[in-house]
Design a protein around this ligand. Sequence first.
Ligand code: FES
Ligand SMILES: [Fe+2]
Length: 372
Amino acid sequence: MISDPPRADARADMAEGYPNGWFVVAFSGDVRPGRVSTHRLAGEDIVLYRTESGQLRAVGPHCPHLGAHLGHGGRVQGEDLVCPFHAFAFGPDGRCVRNAYGTAPPRANLARVPVTEADGMIFAWRHAGGDAPTWDVPVFDPTGAASRSQWAKTMGGHPLDICENSIDLGHFVPVHGGQNVTMLSPPVADGPHLHARIAFAGFYFLSGLHAEFDLHMYGVGYLAAEVTFPRLRLTVRELVCWTPVDPGRQRLHKTTYARFHGAKRVPPRLNRLVSAVAAPLAGLGSVLQIRDDQPIWANRRYVAHPRLAQGDGPVMQYRRWAEQFFPPVRPWASTPVTDFAASQAAPARQAAATSEAATTSEAAAVAERVAS
Ligand code: FES
Ligand SMILES: [Fe+2]
């Protein structure tokens, strides 16, 4: 057998492929009980529905009977999803439970996709090899009681852009007008989690205002930035989620919380009121930042071997960590382990995620491989 020659560029898969991980496909409020909707994830449609009792499900788009698209006319009936073509019904576990002819339903299943909800966002798991989830989506506000503001937009870009942007120290001055940009703690990786801290001053109309950013990435689709403004006694938490939808197209979902710490004698109710007002204002502030980044993301090209200079942020450390989420294009194209990756990468995978033990079409493929 003649093999293709090894690729000179082992990281080309990061330029072209879709990453694995949890990705936001909708806000929780977009999928109410009894509703069915279609979303894009990694070049494919994914159908979300919520049963009448409120269970959220995500499935591959096509009916196993004769292939109708469930997002185009599919409807929820009680706990079941009913196909628009011949009205076969599928239960919450994905199994076909009845057909409209009154005969025995076929042994058929919907291709279920692992799905979970956190902080008013719906995350779907995507893995090119069909592996089950290997980490949990963190939850900031488990009760849903905190005031928050949400915003979403589809734009041009690369799957690595949003997290890389947060540690790309060099762009904060020319793109965002920042000052005194500082790396407080360099990136530390722990499996799918990467943590770093930076600081800078200058926020558009709040020029000169100093802020510290505590950055937590979980995969390349989720960035939680806790931003502290000591002078304002304000902490803002931005959950910035970046979903690859199609080649060169990403959808950004953003959820913003704010907490005003107030003065000692200020009644807690007033603090809560200020926090509620601050959340949408802080959310707007980061929309302004994204507005400035957007044309760069839409038109830049992924440079696998960037020519960096002193003053750049830890871009390559971030990319080495991010390699774990991208399947290699060829088996031999796996990226060489670097000192950073060797010292930082967690050896073992974490336990399976909270989401139900659902199967995807990809997971089904893995199960088939295991069974054979
Ligand atoms: S294609 Fe779905 S029931 Fe026939
Ligand atoms: Fe930026």
